[in-house]
Design a protein around this ligand. Sequence first.
Ligand code: NAD
Length: 331
Amino acid sequence: MGKKRHSSVLVTGGAGFIGSAFVRLLAEQGVPVAVLDKLTYSGDLKRLEGTGGRFRFYKTDICNKRAAGAVFASERPDTVVHFAAESHVDRSIKDAAPFIETNIKGTQVLLDVSRKYSVNRFVFISSDEVYGEIADGKFKEDFPLKPNSPYAASKAAADLLVQAYIRTNKFPAIIVRPSNTYGPWQYPEKLIPLAILRILGKEKVPVYGKGKNIREWLYIDDCVRGIAEIMDKGRLGQIYNLGGSCESRNIDTVKLLLRLLGEKADRFKFVKDRPGHDIRYSLNSGKAAKELGWRPKVKLAEGLKSTVAWSLGHRDWLKSKLADVNKLYGK
Ligand SMILES: NC(=O)c1ccc[n+]([C@@H]2O[C@H](COP(=O)([O-])OP(=O)(O)OC[C@H]3O[C@@H](n4cnc5c(N)ncnc54)[C@H](O)[C@@H]3O)[C@@H](O)[C@H]2O)c1
């Protein structure tokens, strides 16, 4: 994978949850890789310790055109994979400003800098949330974008901007829309690691509303393998859904975690629902399957088991985020 076609890959947001897993995968394959990351609250270089330092790192804000340009001038990447983002829906409801700045303006800056330095492939990591919610059926890539949260709206704006550059400037980009991703190293503000953090702290797990919202879960290894396939073999100008094919109601996901951690099934509490909470996401990933042979391999129960095992071995890392997570949720 990758080795032949990519003389160098620049990964934005490579110190984040998904970006770091992608960097670890490229480093394993011997692909030359550089990471550009601002190291916000959610960025952490500990996630990259497993690479044995096989990457170059730039602590840079994607919104700063001059600083980002300097990274491109020294790296001259032929491929850019753009993960950097503000990524948490609850934070976007409290304050949308950093989402507009990083997710929209930051993407525009990267597009312009990538054009200036004649990047051959620009892979933009969008989200399933750009489609909005769907009660029945599955979203296909050509469905309209109807985002609901400020986070999803900022991702949809960036997604449309990439489409505009593809069309207007013949810019060589590909858009990836993964479903809800989970696994080792996820920041414990998101449902699965938050539930694990609370269970380890002997607290009840908070569940929004009545826990009936359905998410399509994608294990991190399947997610980054899919992105790598798209980077290598995806067609320029195209959009690819990457869904985990594991739909689960939030309450059932939490109960599975309680069972895996040896706790009683009633150790959760319903809390006031998230405003505008999307009821269900579900992707049709047939295009990635047909064109690239990509299919998710990890079932939810298996992925959660691995995530729990990893969490038990990384309690200190999870707990190091506790004060920030408590502040976010007003504890
Ligand atoms: N986690 C999911 O379930 C999921 C699902 C679909 C799509 N996505 C998308 O995948 C991407 C990665 O998500 P994640 O869960 O790894 O997020 P994350 O919050 O774990 O990581 C985001 C990274 O971006 C960096 N960053 C933030 N603002 C920056 C800026 N202005 N300049 C440079 N770096 C900056 C952070 O320091 C961090 O390292 C995002 O674009 C997200 O929208 C995530």
